[in-house]
Design a protein around this ligand. Sequence first.
Ligand code: DGL
Length: 275
Amino acid sequence: MPMSPIGIFDSGYGGLTILRQIKALLPQYDYLYLGDNARAPYGSRSFEVVYEFTLQAVRHLFDRGCHLVILGCNTASAKALRTIQQNDLPKIDSERRVLGIIRPTTEAIGGLTQSRHVGVVATPGTIRSKTYEMEIAKLHPDITVTGEACPMWVPLVENSEYDSPGADYFVEKRIGNLMRHDPEIDTIILGCTHYPLLINKILKFAPRGVRIVSQGEYVANSLKDYLERHPQMQQRLTQGSSTHFLTTEEVTTFCQNASIFLGDSSIEAERITLG
Ligand code: DGL
């Protein structure tokens, strides 16, 4: 039987935070991770460019045998998912699926906030798209959502500066802005998969008692649920417990960083080109 891993795509390293949680919950499957590190960050790019890059990545993962691809990237989920699902998938292969990561967190948020005031920190692209506001309004119309774009946070992570003293300035500034806009916020969604790597800084500057919500756990639970509800898809996935990595940048740096992020020193990656 040919390999049919679960594909996980991100602009760079952020999707590894999603992969890690999915693997912890569903270790039996094969995984193929693709980081478009050469073209990260996506957060300040236009709708058209994010869509084009994401579609290239999805096609590549399909060509490698994936029947199910998770966009482990909010920016791609906000800007490209719907078009790919509605326009491209029917033409490419209507049996394959591409899932995003925004919905699971927005579903869970109703049970997490007491004050009904929620903050979202994310890339400029995700904030501009207003996807979080729209999704939360559909499910929990009583919740007030305030977004704060954090254009420097992904570059800090991609350049291994997430624990440096220099990161303090950018994290304090954005968390400060958010809380000034709405001091009643009691829950902050990390609406970018890179941001869990900045958690120490975020906890340092978030007011005490404000809950910080990372997406990984909710995405993993939602995928488990999806596979239980879609046995035809579940049966197509191979279960060899392997993980392979693809990157559009040079592999040595990718492997070093990915090893740190995943806590696994045995990572090997293959360099690919998209486009
Ligand atoms: N991890 C991506 C996200 O969740 C980062 C986007 C970027 O490359 O700016 O939005």
